[in-house]
Design a protein around this ligand. Structure first.
Ligand code: ZN
Ligand code: ZN
Ligand code: ZN
Length: 376
C-alpha cells in the first residue's frame, strides 16, 4: 500500500535552500529579516520541533547577508543540534536566568521591519520591542502568505502518503457499525485507523450525525447515531510531518430522496471545483466553480464556508479557496476542495479531497469513491 512506502528524506541541503529562498522572499517583501519561533514554520525551515512548548525563548533569526542563527535555551541546545537542518545554522544558546532579548538584540538589525511567526508568544514579541525600540513587526503569514504554499517533490510524496492513509481509513470505517453507537465511538475508530495506517498525529475526527452534520464545526458528541441519519465524516492529521484531510458523507440505512439529492449536488459541485484547478487561475475561481452549482440548485445560502484551504506541515494554511483571493494557482500547491450543504436542525453533506496543482490541471490525493455509501 502507498501509505507504507518510504518517503525520501528532507536533507540539510533542502533546509538550507528553504532558508535562502525565504530570506530572498522577505527582502523582496520589504522586510529586514524574519523571526521564527517554534511552530510549523520552524519545522519547515529547519526540521526542528522542540519537544515541549516552553516559556524560554527559542527563535530562528533570518537576516540577509547573515548566517541563519537559532537562538535556544542552553538546556535545549543538544536537541536543537540534533535537527536535520542544524548543520546549516549557527546555534547560539542563552543560559537560564540570562536575558534572551539582549542576546537576540545582537543578531537583529536595530531599525528593521521584521516578519515574525504567527505562533510567537506575545511575551517574546513584547520583550523584543523593549530591547529593540526602533524595530517594527509584521505577521509572517500576512507578509509572505505563500511561504510554504508550493510543495516540492518530497513534500508531495508525504502529502500523497498521508492522503492514501486517510483513504484506507475511510474504506475501513465503512465496515464498522454506526447505528446505535455514539459519535464519539466512531470518532475513536477513525483515530485508531489513522494511526494504524501510519499517522503519528490525529488532528480531527468529525462525526456529524443527523442534525449535528449541519454544523460544520461539530466534532463528535454523545449523540447516538440512528438509522436514517446522514453522517458527515471529516478526519485527518499528520503523517511523516505532512497533513491529511478528507470528508465523505455516508447514510445509515437507505437514504431518503432528499439526502440523495443534496448529496448529488455536493458531489457535482466538488467535481466542478476540482475540474477548475489549473495553473494560473485565481484561487477564487475554484470557490466560484463549486459554489455556482450549489447556488443554481437553490442551496447557496446553505453553503456557509469557503471551498478550501491549503495543507502541508499543518492541516489548515494558505492558500485559501475563497471569493476575493486572487492569488494564482502554481504547480505544487496543495489544498482542499470541500463544498458542503448544511440544513440547520436536519442534516449536512460535505465531500472533501486534497488536490495538488499539476502542470496542466489538478490531481486528487484522495481517491475513495464519492458516491453516497450506505453503512449499517
Ligand atoms: Zn476536512
Ligand atoms: Zn479541510
Ligand atoms: Zn477544516
Amino acid at each position: 500500500m502507498t501509505s507504507t512506502e518510504p518517503v525520501a528524506p528532507i536533507t540539510t541541503d533542502d533546509y538550507a535552500a528553504r532558508m535562502r529562498r525565504v530570506v530572498a522572499d522577505a527582502s523582496a517583501a520589504g522586510l529586514g529579516g524574519l523571526l521564527i519561533t517554534p511552530g510549523p514554520d520552524l519545522v519547515w525551515l529547519t526540521g526542528y520541533q522542540p519537544t515541549a512548548i516552553t516559556e524560554r525563548m527559542t527563535m530562528l533569526v533570518l537576516v540577509p547577508d547573515q548566517e541563519p542563527t537559532l537562538l535556544v535555551p542552553t538546556l535545549e541546545r543538544p536537541d536543537a543540534e540534533g535537527a536535520v537542518g542544524a548543520p546549516a545554522l549557527s546555534i547560539v544558546d542563552w543560559p537560564d536566568g540570562a536575558d534572551p532579548f539582549a542576546r537576540a538584540a545582537t543578531l537583529i538589525p536595530g531599525t528593521a521591519t521584521l516578519g515574525i511567526a504567527d505562533s510567537a508568544w506575545a511575551l517574546h514579541l513584547l520583550g523584543l520591542q523593549d530591547a529593540l525600540p526602533q524595530t517594527s513587526y509584521r505577521s509572517l503569514t500576512t507578509s509572505l502568505p505563500m511561504l510554504r504554499a508550493v510543495k516540492d517533490a518530497q513534500e508531495l510524496a508525504r502529502l500523497a502518503a498521508a492522503g492514501a492513509a486517510a483513504d484506507a481509513t475511510y474504506e475501513q470505517i465503512l465496515g464498522v457499525r454506526f447505528a446505535g453507537r455514539r459519535e464519539t465511538e466512531v470518532a475513536a475508530d477513525l483515530a485508531r485507523l489513522l494511526r494504524e495506517f501510519g499517522h503519528e498525529q490525529v488532528d480531527f475526527t468529525v462525526v456529524g450525525s443527523g442534525p449535528n452534520g449541519a454544523n460544520p464545526h461539530h466534532e463528535a458528541g454523545e449523540r447516538t447515531i440512528e438509522v436514517g441519519d446522514a453522517v458527515v465524516l471529516d478526519f485527518g492529521g499528520l503523517m511523516h510531518g505532512y497533513g491529511s484531510d478528507t470528508s465523505r458523507t455516508v447514510c445509515v440505512g437507505e437514504p431518503t430522496a432528499e439526502i440523495r439529492e443534496v448529496h448529488e449536488i455536493v458531489r457535482l459541485a466538488q467535481q466542478a471545483g476540482v475540474d477548475a484547478v489549473r495553473p494560473g487561475i485565481a484561487c477564487q475561481e475554484v470557490d466560484r466553480a463549486a459554489r455556482r452549482l450549489i447556488t443554481e440548485a437553490g442551496y447557496g445560502e446553505q453553503f456557509i464556508h469557503r471551498t478550501g484551504h491549503g495543507i502541508g506541515t499543518t492541516t489548515h494554511e494558505p492558500p485559501y479557496m475563497i471569493e476575493g483571493e486572487e492569488q494564482p494557482l502554481v504547480p505544487g500547491m496543495c489544498f482542499s476542495v470541500e463544498p458542503g450543504i448544511y440544513l440547520a436542525g436536519r442534516f449536512g453533506v460535505r465531500i472533501e479531497d486534497i488536490v495538488t496543482v499539476t502542470e496542466d490541471g489538478g490531481r486528487r490525493l484522495n481517491n475513495t469513491g464519492r458516491e453516497l455509501r450506505v453503512v449499517e
